[in-house]
Write a protein that binds this ligand. Structure first.
Ligand code: SF4
Length: 137
């Protein structure tokens, strides 16, 4: 089944100082983790809603409702990307301690396709490779 919608979920704390430009730009440029999506794939980004991530439930319910009433896209055609600011050690801070909990909510809301990562910062990747930042892969 082809991917019709990519949802990027950002860390709410990072979002206070980050517009999300790099992740959206990486999506439209089909960089790295987004390279397999074709030009028709749509994108939406929103935050987890703040610690502990519980707010993502309501946002995904809203998304499901809108996909159903405003499009012909079903949940299986959606891929959820947990942004790099959530899933890696990076210049904002270390990996979110609630990632597994957030994933469990996403699954419970009917979105089975979850990928960790969005825009990959070359600087942060270098520091992960050098052991300055933690690595979780
Ligand atoms: S739950 Fe995780 S991703 Fe969400 S604001 Fe807190 S640290 Fe960031």
């Amino acid at each position: 089944m082809s991917t019709k919608y990519v949802v990027i979920i950002q860390c709410d704390i990072a979002h206070r100082r980050c517009s999300g430009f790099a992740c959206t730009n990486a999506f439209y440029n089909k960089d790295e983790v987004f390279k397999s999506y074709d030009g028709d794939t749509k994108n939406i980004s929103f935050t987890c809603g703040g610690c502990c991530g519980k707010g993502i439930a309501a946002k995904l319910e809203h998304l499901s409702k809108k996909l159903k009433t405003k499009s012909n896209i079903n949940n299986e055609e959606v891929i959820v990307h947990l942004s790099s600011c959530m899933t890696t050690d990076n210049h904002h801070y270390d990996r979110c301690p609630h990632v597994d909990y957030i994933k469990s909510i996403i699954l419970k809301k009917g979105y089975k396709n979850i990928i960790e990562g969005s825009y990959i910062s070359k600087g942060s990747e270098k520091k992960r490779n050098e052991g300055i930042y933690n690595s979780y892969t």
